[in-house]
Design a protein around this ligand. Structure first.
Ligand code: SIN
Ligand code: FE
Length: 335
Protein backbone atom coordinates (compact mmCIF):
# COMPACT_ATOMS: atom_id res chain seq x y z
CA UNK A 1 0.00 0.00 0.00
CA UNK A 2 1.39 3.39 -0.94
CA UNK A 3 0.23 5.36 2.05
CA UNK A 4 -1.72 5.45 5.22
CA UNK A 5 -5.06 6.89 6.13
CA UNK A 6 -6.12 8.93 9.11
CA UNK A 7 -9.56 9.82 10.32
CA UNK A 8 -10.24 13.48 10.93
CA UNK A 9 -13.26 15.46 11.87
CA UNK A 10 -14.19 18.12 9.40
CA UNK A 11 -17.15 20.37 9.00
CA UNK A 12 -19.33 19.68 6.01
CA UNK A 13 -21.41 22.81 5.28
CA UNK A 14 -24.99 22.41 6.31
CA UNK A 15 -24.34 19.33 8.40
CA UNK A 16 -23.16 18.55 11.89
CA UNK A 17 -19.51 17.70 12.32
CA UNK A 18 -18.63 14.85 10.08
CA UNK A 19 -16.00 12.18 10.29
CA UNK A 20 -14.23 11.87 6.99
CA UNK A 21 -11.31 9.65 6.22
CA UNK A 22 -8.39 11.40 4.59
CA UNK A 23 -5.82 9.48 2.64
CA UNK A 24 -2.71 11.55 3.11
CA UNK A 25 -0.35 9.76 0.85
CA UNK A 26 -2.70 8.94 -1.94
CA UNK A 27 -1.65 12.05 -3.84
CA UNK A 28 1.97 12.04 -2.78
CA UNK A 29 3.71 9.16 -4.49
CA UNK A 30 3.33 9.25 -8.24
CA UNK A 31 4.86 5.87 -8.89
CA UNK A 32 2.96 3.56 -6.59
CA UNK A 33 -0.54 2.44 -7.34
CA UNK A 34 -3.12 3.29 -4.71
CA UNK A 35 -5.16 0.33 -3.65
CA UNK A 36 -7.27 1.36 -0.70
CA UNK A 37 -10.93 2.10 -1.05
CA UNK A 38 -12.26 4.11 -2.71
CA UNK A 39 -10.31 3.23 -5.78
CA UNK A 40 -8.20 6.21 -6.72
CA UNK A 41 -6.14 4.98 -9.62
CA UNK A 42 -3.14 7.14 -10.40
CA UNK A 43 -2.08 7.37 -14.02
CA UNK A 44 1.12 9.03 -15.10
CA UNK A 45 -0.17 10.29 -18.40
CA UNK A 46 1.18 13.79 -18.94
CA UNK A 47 -0.35 14.67 -22.31
CA UNK A 48 -3.76 15.03 -23.88
CA UNK A 49 -2.31 13.67 -27.06
CA UNK A 50 -3.94 11.18 -29.24
CA UNK A 51 -2.74 7.62 -29.33
CA UNK A 52 0.83 7.41 -28.17
CA UNK A 53 1.84 3.80 -28.53
CA UNK A 54 -0.90 1.50 -27.31
CA UNK A 55 1.67 -0.43 -25.32
CA UNK A 56 2.73 2.71 -23.47
CA UNK A 57 -0.72 3.23 -22.00
CA UNK A 58 -1.86 1.21 -19.04
CA UNK A 59 -5.34 -0.15 -19.60
CA UNK A 60 -7.52 1.11 -16.77
CA UNK A 61 -10.85 0.46 -18.44
CA UNK A 62 -11.79 -2.43 -16.18
CA UNK A 63 -11.01 -0.45 -13.03
CA UNK A 64 -12.90 2.56 -14.34
CA UNK A 65 -15.94 0.37 -14.91
CA UNK A 66 -15.62 -1.03 -11.39
CA UNK A 67 -15.92 2.48 -9.94
CA UNK A 68 -12.36 3.80 -9.85
CA UNK A 69 -11.55 7.47 -10.17
CA UNK A 70 -8.61 7.75 -12.57
CA UNK A 71 -6.32 10.49 -11.32
CA UNK A 72 -3.83 12.10 -13.71
CA UNK A 73 -1.77 14.35 -11.44
CA UNK A 74 0.41 15.78 -14.19
CA UNK A 75 -2.21 16.51 -16.78
CA UNK A 76 -2.87 20.26 -16.74
CA UNK A 77 -4.80 22.25 -19.31
CA UNK A 78 -2.97 25.28 -20.71
CA UNK A 79 -5.04 28.43 -20.48
CA UNK A 80 -3.84 31.02 -23.01
CA UNK A 81 -2.88 34.52 -21.87
CA UNK A 82 -5.86 36.08 -23.67
CA UNK A 83 -8.21 33.68 -21.82
CA UNK A 84 -7.12 34.90 -18.37
CA UNK A 85 -10.00 37.45 -18.12
CA UNK A 86 -12.42 34.51 -17.82
CA UNK A 87 -10.88 33.84 -14.40
CA UNK A 88 -12.33 36.91 -12.73
CA UNK A 89 -14.75 37.47 -9.83
CA UNK A 90 -17.52 38.76 -12.12
CA UNK A 91 -17.41 35.69 -14.33
CA UNK A 92 -17.28 33.64 -11.13
CA UNK A 93 -20.82 34.80 -10.34
CA UNK A 94 -21.91 32.33 -13.02
CA UNK A 95 -22.36 28.80 -11.72
CA UNK A 96 -21.83 26.93 -14.91
CA UNK A 97 -21.24 27.83 -18.54
CA UNK A 98 -22.09 24.93 -20.82
CA UNK A 99 -20.63 24.29 -24.26
CA UNK A 100 -22.05 22.17 -27.05
CA UNK A 101 -19.12 20.77 -29.05
CA UNK A 102 -21.34 19.92 -32.01
CA UNK A 103 -22.30 23.59 -32.55
CA UNK A 104 -19.57 25.49 -30.68
CA UNK A 105 -22.27 27.37 -28.79
CA UNK A 106 -22.25 28.40 -25.15
CA UNK A 107 -25.34 27.86 -23.06
CA UNK A 108 -26.84 28.01 -19.61
CA UNK A 109 -28.26 30.94 -17.67
CA UNK A 110 -24.71 31.85 -16.81
CA UNK A 111 -23.92 33.11 -20.30
CA UNK A 112 -25.85 36.31 -19.61
CA UNK A 113 -23.71 36.97 -16.52
CA UNK A 114 -20.61 36.37 -18.57
CA UNK A 115 -21.85 38.66 -21.32
CA UNK A 116 -22.70 41.42 -18.83
CA UNK A 117 -19.42 41.00 -17.02
CA UNK A 118 -17.43 41.24 -20.20
CA UNK A 119 -19.43 43.88 -22.05
CA UNK A 120 -16.35 46.07 -22.40
CA UNK A 121 -14.33 43.33 -24.04
CA UNK A 122 -15.96 42.45 -27.36
CA UNK A 123 -15.20 38.96 -28.53
CA UNK A 124 -14.75 37.56 -25.05
CA UNK A 125 -17.63 35.12 -25.44
CA UNK A 126 -15.94 33.86 -28.59
CA UNK A 127 -12.74 33.45 -26.62
CA UNK A 128 -14.56 31.51 -23.87
CA UNK A 129 -16.15 29.31 -26.51
CA UNK A 130 -12.72 28.73 -28.09
CA UNK A 131 -11.24 27.74 -24.72
CA UNK A 132 -14.04 25.26 -24.11
CA UNK A 133 -13.71 23.94 -27.65
CA UNK A 134 -10.01 23.31 -27.11
CA UNK A 135 -10.67 21.56 -23.83
CA UNK A 136 -13.47 19.48 -25.30
CA UNK A 137 -11.24 18.28 -28.16
CA UNK A 138 -8.39 17.54 -25.74
CA UNK A 139 -10.68 15.51 -23.47
CA UNK A 140 -11.93 13.56 -26.51
CA UNK A 141 -8.35 12.72 -27.53
CA UNK A 142 -7.59 11.65 -23.98
CA UNK A 143 -10.48 9.20 -23.63
CA UNK A 144 -9.77 7.91 -27.12
CA UNK A 145 -6.21 7.11 -26.05
CA UNK A 146 -7.10 5.73 -22.61
CA UNK A 147 -10.14 3.61 -23.48
CA UNK A 148 -9.54 2.30 -27.00
CA UNK A 149 -12.15 -0.44 -26.70
CA UNK A 150 -14.92 2.17 -26.48
CA UNK A 151 -13.86 3.73 -29.78
CA UNK A 152 -16.55 5.68 -31.63
CA UNK A 153 -19.31 4.34 -29.35
CA UNK A 154 -18.29 6.92 -26.76
CA UNK A 155 -20.47 9.93 -27.55
CA UNK A 156 -19.16 13.41 -26.77
CA UNK A 157 -21.88 15.42 -24.99
CA UNK A 158 -21.60 18.86 -23.36
CA UNK A 159 -18.60 20.44 -21.71
CA UNK A 160 -18.70 23.05 -18.97
CA UNK A 161 -16.66 25.78 -17.33
CA UNK A 162 -17.38 26.02 -13.57
CA UNK A 163 -16.03 29.36 -12.37
CA UNK A 164 -17.89 29.69 -9.04
CA UNK A 165 -16.55 28.83 -5.60
CA UNK A 166 -18.40 25.75 -4.40
CA UNK A 167 -17.95 26.14 -0.65
CA UNK A 168 -20.73 28.15 0.95
CA UNK A 169 -22.82 28.48 -2.20
CA UNK A 170 -26.53 28.91 -1.44
CA UNK A 171 -28.72 26.47 -3.30
CA UNK A 172 -31.56 23.97 -2.80
CA UNK A 173 -30.76 20.57 -1.30
CA UNK A 174 -31.44 18.95 -4.67
CA UNK A 175 -28.89 21.13 -6.45
CA UNK A 176 -26.42 21.01 -3.59
CA UNK A 177 -23.45 19.08 -4.99
CA UNK A 178 -21.67 19.26 -1.61
CA UNK A 179 -23.96 16.35 -0.69
CA UNK A 180 -22.93 12.85 -1.77
CA UNK A 181 -24.81 11.81 -4.90
CA UNK A 182 -24.60 9.97 -8.20
CA UNK A 183 -25.13 12.00 -11.39
CA UNK A 184 -28.46 11.82 -13.17
CA UNK A 185 -29.88 14.38 -15.62
CA UNK A 186 -33.48 15.56 -15.09
CA UNK A 187 -33.95 17.19 -18.52
CA UNK A 188 -31.76 14.98 -20.72
CA UNK A 189 -32.53 11.31 -20.05
CA UNK A 190 -29.71 8.89 -20.86
CA UNK A 191 -31.86 5.74 -21.23
CA UNK A 192 -29.28 3.55 -19.57
CA UNK A 193 -26.17 5.05 -21.16
CA UNK A 194 -23.22 5.63 -18.86
CA UNK A 195 -22.09 9.12 -17.83
CA UNK A 196 -18.30 9.41 -18.13
CA UNK A 197 -16.75 12.73 -17.08
CA UNK A 198 -13.32 14.28 -17.46
CA UNK A 199 -12.55 17.04 -14.92
CA UNK A 200 -9.58 19.41 -14.91
CA UNK A 201 -8.82 21.83 -12.11
CA UNK A 202 -7.74 25.10 -13.79
CA UNK A 203 -7.61 27.22 -10.62
CA UNK A 204 -5.09 30.01 -11.35
CA UNK A 205 -4.16 30.47 -7.67
CA UNK A 206 -3.11 26.88 -7.15
CA UNK A 207 -6.18 25.91 -5.10
CA UNK A 208 -7.31 22.30 -4.97
CA UNK A 209 -10.78 21.02 -5.73
CA UNK A 210 -11.95 19.06 -2.71
CA UNK A 211 -14.26 16.10 -3.13
CA UNK A 212 -15.72 13.40 -0.95
CA UNK A 213 -16.10 9.97 -2.52
CA UNK A 214 -18.68 7.61 -1.08
CA UNK A 215 -19.37 3.90 -0.99
CA UNK A 216 -19.55 1.61 -4.06
CA UNK A 217 -22.67 1.83 -6.22
CA UNK A 218 -23.73 -1.71 -5.33
CA UNK A 219 -23.96 -0.63 -1.67
CA UNK A 220 -25.78 2.61 -2.50
CA UNK A 221 -28.28 0.71 -4.66
CA UNK A 222 -28.85 -1.95 -1.99
CA UNK A 223 -29.34 0.70 0.68
CA UNK A 224 -31.88 2.80 -1.23
CA UNK A 225 -33.21 0.30 -3.80
CA UNK A 226 -36.31 -0.60 -1.78
CA UNK A 227 -37.36 3.07 -1.67
CA UNK A 228 -37.18 3.58 -5.44
CA UNK A 229 -40.58 3.49 -7.15
CA UNK A 230 -41.09 2.52 -10.77
CA UNK A 231 -42.69 5.38 -12.71
CA UNK A 232 -46.24 5.16 -14.05
CA UNK A 233 -46.49 3.78 -17.59
CA UNK A 234 -46.38 6.55 -20.21
CA UNK A 235 -45.10 9.14 -17.70
CA UNK A 236 -41.81 9.26 -19.61
CA UNK A 237 -43.59 10.00 -22.89
CA UNK A 238 -45.75 12.66 -21.19
CA UNK A 239 -42.70 14.46 -19.77
CA UNK A 240 -41.28 14.72 -23.26
CA UNK A 241 -44.61 15.84 -24.74
CA UNK A 242 -44.87 18.77 -22.30
CA UNK A 243 -41.23 19.72 -22.80
CA UNK A 244 -39.89 18.83 -19.34
CA UNK A 245 -37.42 16.39 -20.88
CA UNK A 246 -35.71 16.44 -24.29
CA UNK A 247 -36.33 12.74 -24.86
CA UNK A 248 -38.36 9.99 -23.22
CA UNK A 249 -37.52 9.50 -19.55
CA UNK A 250 -37.04 5.75 -19.14
CA UNK A 251 -37.76 3.83 -15.94
CA UNK A 252 -33.99 3.73 -15.46
CA UNK A 253 -33.74 7.54 -15.63
CA UNK A 254 -36.63 7.86 -13.17
CA UNK A 255 -34.99 5.49 -10.68
CA UNK A 256 -31.60 7.21 -10.98
CA UNK A 257 -33.19 10.61 -10.32
CA UNK A 258 -34.89 9.20 -7.24
CA UNK A 259 -31.60 7.67 -6.10
CA UNK A 260 -29.84 11.03 -6.55
CA UNK A 261 -32.55 12.72 -4.48
CA UNK A 262 -32.75 10.04 -1.77
CA UNK A 263 -29.02 10.27 -1.20
CA UNK A 264 -28.99 14.06 -1.00
CA UNK A 265 -32.11 14.30 1.18
CA UNK A 266 -30.82 11.85 3.79
CA UNK A 267 -28.69 13.90 6.18
CA UNK A 268 -27.84 10.90 8.31
CA UNK A 269 -26.58 9.11 5.21
CA UNK A 270 -24.52 12.17 4.30
CA UNK A 271 -22.70 12.15 7.60
CA UNK A 272 -22.51 8.43 8.36
CA UNK A 273 -21.98 6.74 4.99
CA UNK A 274 -18.46 5.46 4.31
CA UNK A 275 -16.60 8.27 2.60
CA UNK A 276 -13.16 9.60 1.83
CA UNK A 277 -12.02 13.18 1.35
CA UNK A 278 -9.65 13.85 -1.51
CA UNK A 279 -8.09 17.04 -2.86
CA UNK A 280 -7.44 17.28 -6.60
CA UNK A 281 -4.61 19.80 -7.03
CA UNK A 282 -4.70 22.68 -9.49
CA UNK A 283 -3.24 21.46 -12.75
CA UNK A 284 -4.55 17.91 -12.39
CA UNK A 285 -7.20 15.90 -14.22
CA UNK A 286 -9.45 13.07 -13.10
CA UNK A 287 -11.97 10.81 -14.82
CA UNK A 288 -14.88 8.78 -13.47
CA UNK A 289 -18.22 7.28 -14.36
CA UNK A 290 -20.12 9.72 -12.16
CA UNK A 291 -23.39 7.82 -12.51
CA UNK A 292 -21.67 5.10 -10.47
CA UNK A 293 -19.12 6.87 -8.27
CA UNK A 294 -20.82 8.50 -5.29
CA UNK A 295 -19.27 11.96 -5.01
CA UNK A 296 -19.62 15.42 -3.50
CA UNK A 297 -17.69 18.56 -4.46
CA UNK A 298 -16.92 20.46 -1.25
CA UNK A 299 -14.66 23.36 -2.21
CA UNK A 300 -12.76 24.80 -5.12
CA UNK A 301 -13.15 27.26 -7.95
CA UNK A 302 -12.56 27.17 -11.72
CA UNK A 303 -12.93 23.77 -13.29
CA UNK A 304 -13.38 22.42 -16.79
CA UNK A 305 -15.50 19.33 -17.39
CA UNK A 306 -16.39 17.23 -20.43
CA UNK A 307 -19.22 14.66 -20.38
CA UNK A 308 -19.33 11.55 -22.56
CA UNK A 309 -22.16 9.03 -22.88
CA UNK A 310 -21.52 5.33 -23.44
CA UNK A 311 -24.08 2.66 -24.36
CA UNK A 312 -24.02 -0.14 -21.81
CA UNK A 313 -23.33 -2.78 -24.46
CA UNK A 314 -20.09 -0.94 -25.36
CA UNK A 315 -18.69 -1.58 -21.88
CA UNK A 316 -16.17 -4.35 -21.24
CA UNK A 317 -18.28 -5.44 -18.25
CA UNK A 318 -21.89 -4.32 -18.80
CA UNK A 319 -22.94 -6.06 -15.58
CA UNK A 320 -21.09 -3.32 -13.68
CA UNK A 321 -23.40 -0.62 -15.04
CA UNK A 322 -26.00 1.06 -12.80
CA UNK A 323 -28.59 -0.09 -15.35
CA UNK A 324 -27.80 -3.78 -14.90
CA UNK A 325 -27.39 -3.42 -11.12
CA UNK A 326 -30.78 -1.72 -10.75
CA UNK A 327 -32.36 -4.26 -13.12
CA UNK A 328 -31.07 -7.05 -10.89
CA UNK A 329 -32.54 -5.36 -7.81
CA UNK A 330 -35.87 -4.55 -9.46
CA UNK A 331 -35.99 -7.87 -11.38
CA UNK A 332 -37.16 -6.26 -14.60
CA UNK A 333 -35.90 -4.41 -17.68
CA UNK A 334 -35.63 -0.66 -17.10
CA UNK A 335 -35.15 0.78 -20.60
C1 SIN B 1 -20.58 17.24 -9.41
O1 SIN B 1 -20.66 16.61 -10.46
O2 SIN B 1 -21.24 16.91 -8.46
C2 SIN B 1 -19.70 18.47 -9.29
C3 SIN B 1 -18.29 18.13 -9.52
C4 SIN B 1 -17.41 19.36 -9.48
O3 SIN B 1 -17.85 20.42 -9.96
O4 SIN B 1 -16.28 19.26 -9.02
FE1 FE C 1 -22.21 15.25 -9.56
Amino acid sequence: MSGFSRTVTCVVPGFSRTVVEVHDACLADATVRDSFPPMIRRLNHPNWGTRVSAAAIEDCTAELEQGAVLFLPELAFDVRWDEKPHFSPTVAAAKNVSFDPSTGRLGGAAVKNVRDAQAETPGSLDSLSAMLGRFSAAAASLVDALFPTYGPRLQRARASFRPAEIAGRQTTWRHDDTRLHIDSFPATPVQGRRILRVFTNVNPDGRSRSWRIGEPFEDVAQRFGGQLRLPLPFSGVMLKAVGITRSRRSAYDALMLQLHDRMKADLEYQTKAPQTAIDFPAGSTWIAFTDRVSHAAMAGQYQLEQTFLLPVDAMEQPERSPLRILERIKKRALV
